[in-house]
Design a protein around this ligand. Sequence first.
Ligand code: KG4
Ligand code: ZN
Length: 354
Amino acid sequence: MIILGIETSCDDTCVGIIEASEKKKSRIKILSNLVSSQVKLHRRYGGVYPLLARREHKKNLPQILKKALREAKNSRPDLIAVTKGPGLEPCLWIGVNFAAELAEKFTSILMPVNHLEAHIYSSFIKKDFNFDEVFPAVCLIVSGGHTQLVLIGSFGRYRLLGETRDDAAGECFDKAARTLGLPYPGGPAIEREAAKIKARKRTKKRLELSFPRPMMNQKNFDFSFSGLKTAVLYDYRSRTPRVRKSKTYVRAAAREIQQAIIDVLIHKTLRAAGEFNVKSIILGGGVTANQELRRQFKKKRKKELPAVKLIMPDPAFSTDNALMTAVTAYYHWLKNKKPSVKDLKAEANLRLGK
Ligand code: KG4
Ligand code: ZN
């Protein structure tokens, strides 16, 4: 069967088309994967400007769809999957309405997808895992809008263990980068600056900074990143203009911000995985594109929980894309073949699990 995914929850306009067996869970064939990034447009605002993003989605979607269908040799989609939430409401509506019209035109089944659930299954786009060997699992979803630890009993059964009480980890990267004068999105910019330190000779004198690891040692599975963001701002302000504009300072701050976030995320995820005795840890969301986070996760998991699998998305699928939307809909379709959804609505604050 052919599944077409549409994702417009934030600032990327995405269309993806996959092919897989209608009868049983099978290897997924990617026919098209298009992501039209609006990063350059939003850069001057230092973040995503929702109404501008909405306008761009409206303009881009028809063009991207045309190209995606061409790449997929114009195969008729049997299923059209669309992100219904969570996300920016004006942007979600563009995708939802577009998908509904398309489903009518092609007489395809229309299926809404939870964007957080799609981030969970982004790891399953390229690799075909046997779910019996994967679940129960703990999933860390870290994106620009969310930081959550979710316990997955089996496919479709989710229990929220904890989440951020204020800023998401990606948001913290973005805001701290802004303080340091680095471009949007902040995650990749901070990663680049932090990596420059490693390349330098060890003999050179380094500037050592120390930022907090909020809530790291608390027994719950919640997070908080606004204190870290504020600590960065205060430290920046306490420096002379000459120091804070220097490469040495920006790189040292970037490295410490990244390490503080990594420490908290890994510590809490491994603790959850150990406590709930799971078979695997799944990572998802834009922040999991971070190479240093991936490297340290692998190392610590191997040392502390050698029997637990670590499943990470291909970095290209960490950030928003529509393949993960299509794949999630595909698994739901296999589980319970429901008819097309009528009167589909966008839900900006859609949640996952209990
Ligand atoms: O999942 P995503 O594409 O969109 C949301 O659903 O929010 O995540 C975007 C977030 C941004 O905050 C961005 O700064 C962060 O992911 N991000 C990264 C990296 N690439 C993207 N954070 C750290 N390191 C990266 N390499
Ligand atoms: Zn996302």
